[in-house]
Design a protein around this ligand. Structure first.
Ligand code: ADP
Ligand code: MG
Length: 695
């Protein structure tokens, strides 16, 4: 039921005057393929052509707009020289200069004795004022003029600024008047104008220093965020409305597990588990995200939840993003499972042939209660007898579609529990995962010490090797991390290999090497040597980032720490401090050339705090949403005008507003509701509109 007046906005940009297929492609690359993409395209700045002096008073180097008369032409005396046009006004002379002008172009636009208005950057040559290639040459007698201001929009190679600005102008002409969807009192309170006025202001950044444009952007950003929040809440309501299944166990396996655990669950673990239990036991389908720092004890919470499913007669699966993590989870979980008599299998890409067939058989027949695996779990030939709960570890490393694929394996509605050790800043959580319920484990299991964290210039690397020597003498293990920003970067590979060789020369064969370009089996073998203690120093790239658990490791040295992101540093640091001994994290940074301000800020934050939730917020502030989420996922946040780093207040307000709207007007039937439907269309939440229609 898309309102017809909006149709022109959803037409391809080629529907605009003067935009053929070639330009449409370029605009598509720079901004988007449809007219609406241009309407919501905020200018990045503007060109000011309002300086209109006489020739004599015009200042060199400035952008000037002049009214001139044409005196005479001087075609190039020989090849390589420009075509010069002598012009004047009452105050003095000026030359207009054209290099490699084509045919009769110059005399045609500047006929002798004609008056013209021109605009360009004023220069001088041999003591004469001149403008090379004026940006504008117009004829005031024909009513033509030079605009006082020209907006600058994001461009791409081959796309001219003027063409783009014109396309946006044409797009704006198609914007209809719409009924207001925001509360009048709310608009007033913020000093915001109506939608169409705000759009006009967004595209007029030159009006009083840009402040009104920023106010307009915030108003439009609020529209966008409200659409985003309404969509997510609708999706969540819908999910919850879906029948899940009641999986209520009798507590027998859980009790058995409790009995063999050498420690009690922390309060946060208990709270998270209670929230999960309520979901599993209810008829609603669970879609819950469990956030907690590395080492906060998410795994045991997940296992408890899985046992509930098993008690109720169903199966449960845990999916990890990498082979090594899947194996590690399997090792941990099967240790517990053996003791309490629960069957469990492992399925990764490496299980092949007969072994794989047996595993698949056990899963399909229901002979195994639990399954741990990688994305191999959603291969074509995998079937479960009765999957009741899917746990997805490090869920941000799976795409939305992969998560969905595992859930579909259940056939029946499957409860899902996603886990992440990369806490998501609240603003991102709301805009990206607003359709999930969230549990948090903030407190760490007792007895963990703070990891002593220091930043040391790379010049002092020799001292680090001495510290490594002392730690080895105490029987401890050491991680030595080298950056591998790009897995195919040769220099990064050379650096990690060279470090391995240097350390091997000094410490002998207790050094192991693991990086992303090694074969999986080879890499796993290296990590296994380190885990077992056969190797005592592990030189590695970020392949050890997530989940690897070696309690004997007490020192982590991170070379070129300035090249790592905050969350990455935090994750890496979490590799140590997992045992009883005091642990250290050394951030070796290159200080020549000096650190950039953000790199310095990152190192300061990581030294000051070990609270993953705070680090996530700082990461967002320092790097921006795209970097925090990685490019793939930032595409999941379909926001054009809202800025996740700075519009927090708007995000919270939009969340509250969306809640109120849905509470008062579930199917958006009121007058405001109708207007909000339009808003949802505008921001292309087709999904939301579909939910409204069917819901
Ligand atoms: P995460 O998956 O959140 O990174 P893990 O589940 O791997 O953390 O837990 C880290 C370590 O802490 C494990 O060795 C685990 O056995 C231990 N652990 C978990 N919960 C507790 C607790 N309540 N008290 C003491 N140790 C715990
Ligand atoms: Mg874990």
């Amino acid at each position: 039921m898309r309102p017809e007046i909006l149709f022109p906005l959803f037409a391809p940009v080629s529907s605009l005057p003067g935009i053929g297929p070639k330009l449409a492609r370029l605009i598509g690359k720079a901004a988007g393929e449809r007219v609406i993409d241009l309407v919501f395209l905020a200018p990045t700045g503007f060109v000011d052509r309002s300086y209109r002096p006489t020739i004599a008073t015009a200042e060199e180097g400035r952008l000037v707009t002049l009214d001139i008369s044409v005196l005479a032409h001087q075609p190039p005396p020989r090849k390589g020289l420009p075509w010069r046009v002598a012009c004047y006004d009452d105050s003095g002379p000026i030359d207009l200069v054209f290099f490699s002008a084509r045919g009769d172009y110059v005399p045609k636009v500047l006929p002798v004795a004609a008056r013209r208005r021109i605009s360009g950057t004023l220069a001088s040559y041999n003591g004469r004022k001149q403008i090379v290639h004026p940006d504008f040459i117009v004829d005031p007698a024909k009513g033509e003029d030079v605009p006082h201001f020209e907006n600058v929009y994001p461009l791409t190679e081959g796309l001219g600024a003027r063409v783009m600005a014109k396309a946006v102008r044409h797009a704006l002409e198609l914007v209809p008047e719409l009924s207001e969807w925001q509360d009048a009192s709310f608009l007033k309170q913020n000093g915001w104008s109506g939608w169409r006025t705000a759009l006009a202001a967004l595209h007029a950044p030159f009006v009083s220093e840009g402040a009104p444009a920023e106010i307009a952007r915030r108003r439009l950003a609020f529209d966008e965020l409200l659409a985003n929040q309404l969509t997510l809440l609708l999706a969540r309501e819908r999910q919850r409305g879906l029948r899940g299944r009641r999986l209520s166990g009798d507590g027998r396996l859980r009790k058995a597990l409790h009995d063999i655990l050498p420690w009690a669950l922390t309060k946060d673990q208990q709270t998270a588990l209670a929230e999960i239990d309520a979901d599993i036991a209810s008829e609603r389908r669970m879609t819950r995200l469990l956030q907690g720092d590395v080492g906060s004890g998410k795994t045991i919470v997940a296992l408890m939840a899985m046992l509930s499913a098993v008690e109720a007669g169903a199966q449960a699966a845990l999916m990890a993003p990498t082979e090594i993590l899947a194996r590690q989870h399997f090792a941990t979980l099967s240790g517990y499972c053996q003791k309490i008599g629960v069957s469990i299998v492992l399925l990764t890409g490496r299980e092949r042939g007969k072994a794989r067939e047996e595993i698949l058989g056990a899963m399909a027949s229901g002979n195994t209660a639990l399954v741990v695996g990688t994305h191999a779990l959603f291969s074509e030939d995998v079937a479960f007898a009765d999957l009741g709960l899917a746990v997805i570890d490090e869920q941000h490393r799976f795409g939305v579609s992969q998560r969905a694929a595992l859930v579909r394996k259940g056939g029946e509605p499957v409860d899902t529990l996603a886990m992440t050790a990369t806490p998501i800043p609240r603003t991102l959580e709301l805009t990206l995962y607003g359709d999930m319920d969230v549990s948090r484990i903030r407190e760490r299991p007792p007895g963990r010490q703070k990891i002593d964290t220091r930043a040391v210039p790379l010049a002092r690397i020799a001292e680090m090797a001495d510290a490594v020597q002392r730690a080895l003498a105490r029987g401890e293990r050491i991680y030595w991390i080298c950056p591998m920003v790009n897995e195919t970067e040769d220099s990064d590979l050379a650096a990690v290999t060279a470090r391995f060789e240097v350390l091997t020369r000094r410490f002998g064969n207790v050094v192991a090497l693991a990086h992303g370009q090694m074969k999986g089996a080879e890499r796993d073998a290296a990590m296994e040597r380190f885990r077992s203690g056969d190797a005592r120093i592990l030189v590695a790239t970020t392949v050890v980032e997530v989940g690897v658990d070696v309690p004997e490791a007490t020192i982590i040295i991170i070379e070129h720490a300035e090249r790592f992101g905050l969350s990455q540093l935090h994750q890496l640091r979490g590799r140590v401090g997992r045992g009883a001994q005091a642990s250290h994290c050394i951030l070796l940074y290159q200080d020549d050339p000096p650190l950039s301000d953000t790199a310095r800020a990152r190192l300061t934050v990581i030294r000051e705090t070990d609270d993953g939730f705070r680090i996530a917020e700082e990461d967002l502030r320092l790097r921006g949403a795209g970097d925090v989420l990685g490019t793939r996922q930032s595409g999941d946040v379909p926001l054009r005008l809202a800025r996740l780093e700075t519009d927090r207040d708007l995000i919270e307000a939009a969340r509250d507003d969306a809640r109120l709207v849905l509470m008062r007007d579930p199917a958006l039937q009121s007058a405001r509701g109708q207007a909000l439907r339009t808003l949802l269309y505008l921001f292309e939440r087709d999904e939301a509109v579909r939910l409204l229609r069917t819901g």
